[in-house]
Design a protein around this ligand. Structure first.
Ligand code: ATP
Length: 355
């Protein structure tokens, strides 16, 4: 029987608090389903590591991670280190070197949650964001620092290969999940080189999937539509920057950061994929026992789905919904008084009843 090897990186701030609860859920799954076995190895690559060693991870960090089936990530960053350090020395190297070129974010209003929009809405779509190139590149430079003519250039890198693989993934996902429509988030009216190539390649892929309708909207219009009529979306395909912004807007309309999961996927399985909540390390509430663990637990569920265990994914998600619908055990961000641990325990109890 396959033993899934999971690298666990709790990180900083509330990362370790919420990770503890996700690991409780993982343990429960293996206890009640004899067909699911796993082993975890924890890596304390965080701000403490940086302060001690001057590095977010050891020089052979990526080699160490490469042998795992997946990476479960918490959150990184605290005030002792400039905020770009954990991003560019830990998260980005993992995403880019492991070719996790898909960022997958479900925007789903779980049962028991209320939208922050004025009217109740049926919100259930996914955002597939290009995760390896685009606007988030280090290509560029700066000149004349400190002078009045100071300037900076940051280049967006879009390649035919990079666009076509994310677009193909999106349309294939739509086909496999019986979605009827893919929406391309673009801005090719103003960004006339890279975004025009993006549109051209996306449209070529769209033509290969005749059964799925394709629409193109400017990203600013999509931002408004997320608020006005989110029920009209099924799958939004976006570049790295646009997807990043739209995903946070998406999580805001569907319950907030405490319940927003994400997956960084290497689709061909050549390298491990990474699963992490959308939220950061939230230093304001770290160690207080009040962080909502649902985003981390849902991210764990996405990992199970990626292992091909959609059955376990669904059970975890239904158990989260059971707790939300009951409205008895909620953290303060959801209007409750429960601790992080109590919410984790409540989800574990619901899971036991469902197995
Ligand atoms: P980053 O810059 O990495 O995103 P940040 O601390 O600026 O980190 P987040 O950690 O994403 O931003 O969170 C912003 C605020 O949202 C936090 O300060 C916290 O109050 C709240 N928040 C985030 N995640 C959670 C959570 N899991 N449970 C409860 N509140 C949360």
């Amino acid at each position: 029987m396959k033993v899934y090897k999971v690298a666990v990186l709790p990180g900083d701030g509330i990362g370790p608090d919420v990770m503890k609860e996700a690991l409780k859920v993982l343990k429960t799954l293996s206890e009640i389903d004899s067909t699911f076995t796993y082993e975890t190895t924890e890596f304390n690559w965080n701000t403490d590591h940086y302060v001690k060693h001057g590095l977010m991870m050891p020089e052979n960090g990526l080699e160490q991670l490469e042998e795992f089936d997946s990476i479960l990530f918490g959150a990184v960053g605290d005030s002792r280190v400039p905020e770009h350090i954990p991003i560019w020395e830990l998260i980005m190297p993992i995403r880019k070197n492991f070719q996790q070129y898909i960022n997958f974010r479900p925007i789903k209003l779980l049962k028991g949650l209320e939208t922050r929009l004025k009217q109740e809405r049926d919100i259930d779509f996914v955002i597939i964001r290009e995760n390896a190139e685009g606007e988030y590149s280090t290509a560029g430079g700066k000149m004349y620092q400190g002078e009045s003519r100071e300037l900076a250039v940051q280049n967006t890198i879009m390649t035919r290969e990079g666009i076509s693989r994310v677009a193909a993934y999106a349309f294939q996902y739509a086909k496999e999940h019986q979605l009827r429509k893919v929406t391309n988030a673009t801005k090719s009216n103003a960004i006339i080189h890279t975004m025009k190539l993006w549109d051209k390649v996306v449209e070529e892929i769209a033509n290969d999937f005749e059964a799925i309708s394709y629409e193109k909207y400017y990203v600013d219009a999509i931002a408004a539509l997320f608020v006005e009529s989110p029920e009209n979306f099924q799958l939004v395909l976006a570049s790295n920057l646009f997807g990043d912004i739209l995903s946070d807007l998406g999580s805001a309309i569907a319950g907030g950061l405490g319940v927003a999961p994400s997956a960084n996927i290497n689709p061909n399985g050549e390298f491990p994929s990474m699963f992490e909540p959308v939220h950061g390390s939230a230093p304001d509430i770290a160690g207080k026992g009040v962080a909502n663990p649902i985003a981390q637990i849902w991210s764990l569920a996405l990992m199970l789905q990626n292992f091909g265990r959609s059955d376990l994914h669904d059970k975890v998600l239904f158990s989260i919904e059971d707790v939300l619908e009951e409205k008895k055990t909620l953290t303060p961000d959801m209007g409750g008084k429960a601790t992080t641990g109590q919410v984790g325990d409540a989800i574990v109890n619901k899971l036991k009843k469902r197995m």
